[in-house]
Design a protein around this ligand. Structure first.
Ligand SMILES: Cc1cc2nc3c(=O)[nH]c(=O)nc-3n(C[C@H](O)[C@H](O)[C@H](O)COP(=O)(O)O)c2cc1C
Length: 213
């Protein structure tokens, strides 16, 4: 099949998010100027570069009370946030924090989660998450939108500090079998990492062969 994205796809559901999958989930803690905590998951999330590390978040739609979602508003207001990594074990808590609630709601309480102090930014990190990336705001970019009441925005942040729980490190490497990060598929579906294999790039394989000779 082929469809132009300006036309209807003809399927039961829009397949786009099932195709671009799995997507990592940035579980973002932020704070407004008055110190009200906020926590919400975003699967339009990824790493964009690694030296220095930068991340991207995609916001679609608005808050039910009008204006941007709390996460976007808070980050633009205070310039700081934390991207916590969601794992299989804490999937239900993550899901609980995705509820569109009143602006003043502290979603740490909705998910029964521990707010631990961060080292370099004011918003706290999620204690139950084994990896927390402390971030500083870089910029927001407006994206095209087919619905003027449903704006799309992309936010870039620089990661300034990373907490990693020592329990998921084996021989100096992040051990994916202990980490089990959760990722978003299409529809209502998720996956988590249970299977890992390695591939050497062609130039690395050649180097390896030369070293063995
Ligand atoms: C797994 C998951 C991924 C989500 N990804 C996004 C996303 O990438 N962008 C977005 O705007 N909303 C996303 N949402 C919905 C937001 O989490 C939801 O609108 C939330 O209420 C926003 O909270 P806030 O207003 O406190 O920022 C996602 C929800 C779930 C459960």
């Amino acid at each position: 099949m082929f469809y132009e994205t300006s036309e209807h796809h003809g399927l039961k559901h829009n397949p786009f998010k099932a195709i671009v999958s799995p997507r990592p989930i940035g579980w973002v803690s932020s704070m407004d100027k008055e110190g009200v905590l906020n926590l919400a998951p975003f699967s339009f999330f990824n790493a964009m570069s690694d030296n220095p590390p930068t991340v991207v978040l995609g916001f679609s739609g608005s808050h039910s009370e009008g204006g941007p979602k709390d996460t976007l508003a808070n980050i633009e207001e205070t310039g700081e946030f934390v991207c916590n990594v969601v794992t299989y074990d804490i999937r239900d808590a993550m899901n609980a924090t995705s509820e569109m609630t009143a602006r003043a709601t502290n979603e740490f309480e909705l998910g029964n989660l521990t707010a631990l102090p961060s080292s370099l930014v004011k918003p706290p990190r999620v204690g139950e998450s084994p990896v927390n990336m402390e971030c500083k705001y870089l910029q927001t970019i407006d994206l095209p939108s087919n619905n003027p009441e449903h704006p799309n925005r992309m936010l870039l942040g620089q990661v300034v500090g990373i907490h990693i729980n020592d329990d998921i490190i084996t021989d100096g490497l992040v051990d994916m079998s202990k980490f089990r990060p959760l990722a978003r598929l299409g529809y209502k579906d998720y996956t988590s990492v249970t299977d890992v294999f390695s591939l050497l790039r062609p130039d690395q394989a050649k180097q390896d062969q030369r070293a063995k000779r």
